[in-house]
Design a protein around this ligand. Structure first.
Ligand code: PBG
Length: 359
């Protein structure tokens, strides 16, 4: 194993002293100084660029979009300034914009009509549901973009939970059956990636085998692997209209924010069950998890900068408390540094536009 940093520096310091290079350095100086001055590489813009370790690119971005019924309809999400729910025709426009900006993929989330939500989430596996219609429209009019669909029942249940409620519990195994049907209609509509975000045990495996049996051998699964029971999903639940329905919380299926080791076990399972990509969610409070999963599994690892993270940054931007572009790029680059291969972010369009201006 490599020795800790300090002894290496002390050794170098001793060598420099012995060879006379650093002979004048006072005994009290920091190890390595002044032979080593970290600021030399930071002196000029060209040099900072040259030694830069991580760089955000448009290729790293996934843009989540909220879809509603209607025509040429755009509704703002109050708790997410700058984010709108879009009717399918406008979502197609957004997909084309994303292609022009070089964003590789979009993730679609429906705000299902209240009248279509029920205890069994039946609308989730209706092949004509909003999400399936959106996927078909985008795939036919903007075929160049990757489309990701969320697999979870919360936009379709009357109680706002991701699975089926039996008594006062979210029932794992009966939820799996519905999730499989939901994933199949999405894939048949043409989605490229299904992203189970429900956190039921075994869901990646049952979806993978159902896809295999139905001949969809090459559909990718992006597993919401380490999805925490977070306070930061609040604005998303407004956006998809599930917040007022939600009874209780999601702590019996989403992870405890205190746990890190458990994320490794979740990842092991998702990978064994056939996930092609794993994800950590939320982002900013969980950078250690991103880093650990990327290191441990060397899998394509994604991070979701969730609605609440967007909202808190946007609120600060709108108040003039934080500098928009700089703070946005700092946070997104931080995800890359932690090891993320890509980022789901409501800033995707803004970041892509910013990157385009820089080049
Ligand atoms: C659905 C789902 C949620 C998010 C993505 N998929 C909400 C939740 O689990 O309650 C949150 C995304 C965000 O906050 O931006 N299961």
């Amino acid at each position: 194993m490599s020795s800790p940093k300090q002894p290496v520096l002390l050794r170098a310091e001793r060598t420099l002293r012995e060879t006379g290079v650093n002979a004048d350095a006072p005994e009290t100086s920091a190890p390595g100084f002044p032979a080593t001055r970290m600021r030399r590489n930071r002196k000029q813009d060209w040099s900072r660029r040259l030694v830069g370790e991580n760089r955000l690119a448009c290729d790293d971005l996934i843009w989540p979009l909220f879809v509603i019924d209607g025509d040429n309809k755009r509704e703002s999400v109050e708790s997410m300034p700058g984010v709108d729910r879009l009717s399918i025709d406008l979502a197609v426009g957004a997909a084309k914009e994303a292609i022009d900006l070089g964003i590789p993929a979009i993730a679609l989330f429906p705000n299902t009509d209240a009248g279509l939500r029920d205890d069994l989430a039946s609308e989730a596996f209706n092949p004509e549901n909003l999400i399936c219609r959106a996927v078909r429209a985008i795939k036919s009019e903007a075929p160049g973009i990757g489309v990701i669909c969320d697999v979870a029942l919360d936009p379709y249940t009357s109680h706002g939970h991701d699975g089926l409620l039996v008594g006062d519990r979210i029932d794992n195994d009966s939820s799996l059956e519905v999730l499989v049907r939901q994933a199949l209609v999405q894939v048949e509509a043409g989605t490229d990636i299904v992203a189970p975000s429900d956190m039921m045990d075994g869901r990646v495996g049952v979806i993978r085998s159902a896809l295999e049996q139905a001949g969809h051998k090459d559909t990718q699964i992006m597993a919401y692997t380490a999805k925490y029971a977070s306070a930061f999903y609040g604005p998303f639940r407004d956006a998809v209209g599930s917040s007022s329905n939600l009874k209780g919380d999601k702590r019996t299926y989403q992870m405890d924010p205190a746990n890190g080791e458990e994320a490794l076990r979740e990842a092991e399972l998702d990978i064994a069950e056939g996930a092609d990509m794993i994800m950590v969610k939320p982002g900013m409070p969980y950078l250690d998890i991103v880093h650990r999963l990327r290191d441990a599994f060397a899998m394509p690892t994604f991070v979701y900068q969730v609605s609440g993270e967007y909202s808190m940054l946007s609120a600060a931007f709108d108040n003039g408390w934080l500098e928009r572009d700089r703070a946005m790029m700092e946070v997104l680059t931080g995800f890359k540094r932690a090891g993320a291969d890509g980022i789901l972010t409501y800033f995707a369009r803004d970041a892509a536009q910013y990157l385009a201006q820089q080049s």
